[in-house]
Design a protein around this ligand. Structure first.
Ligand code: NAP
Length: 164
């Protein structure tokens, strides 16, 4: 079976995801959730997001999309989304698409699920999650955390391939 492709993002109501190359908030509970969800799986990201994290994420297959990065220990560099997804599929676990905007934009039409942490507070930003049609997604789970609400969406029409 094809691995699940899951967009994972934290954003404000205004869809702010970043500012000056970083995430504008620090919410430890959100970072913990990110870690718990992604450990043992593939994380697929853009070069700028990789540089902003600053190191490969441990205990995960790190796949970085780039046309400019030199070979770097701990990451697999891919020159297209398709190649990145193939690397994730070869690993045989879920593929978490973890941003930034460019990668979300390209992955939105092909993702099976989205996990969005909606940050309660407003923040200024210079990078936004792309607009998406809420009608194409159904919420299958939601949970309130201090400072954010996490919603788990499944693309309508893909059946019930939900698995934990
Ligand atoms: N709130 C969140 O959940 C969250 C998550 C992730 C990131 N962010 C924020 O988002 C911002 C970064 O987003 P961004 O859109 O500027 O950058 P990005 O998507 O992380 O990275 C863009 C780079 O990825 C490479 N790339 C993109 N598409 C590609 C493709 N199809 N094939 C090969 N390479 C490709 C290119 O690298 P080259 O130039 O090397 O070719 C491009 O310059 C930061 O502020 C970050 O903190 C927020």
């Amino acid at each position: 079976m094809e691995p699940q492709k899951i967009i994972l993002v934290a954003m404000t109501e205004d869809r702010v995801i970043g500012r000056e190359g970083r995430i504008p908030w620090h919410i430890p509970e959100e970072l913990r959730l990110f870690r718990d969800l992604t450990i043992g799986h593939s994380v697929l990201m853009g070069r700028r997001t990789f540089e902003s994290i600053g190191r490969p994420l441990p205990e995960r297959r790190n796949i970085v999309l780039s046309h400019t990065l030199e070979p770097t220990p701990g990451i697999i560099i891919c020159a297209s989304l398709q190649k990145g997804l193939a690397e994730g599929a070869a690993y045989g676990r879920k593929i978490f698409i973890i941003g930034g905007r460019q990668i979300y934009q390209e992955a939105l039409p092909i993702a099976d699920f989205m996990r969005i942490s909606w940050i309660a507070q407003k923040y200024d930003g210079d990078v936004y999650f792309p607009e998406f049609s809420a009608r194409q997604w159904e919420v299958i789970r939601e949970h309130d955390y201090p400072g954010f609400r996490h919603l788990y969406y499944r693309r309508r029409g893909i059946g019930s391939r939900e698995q934990e």
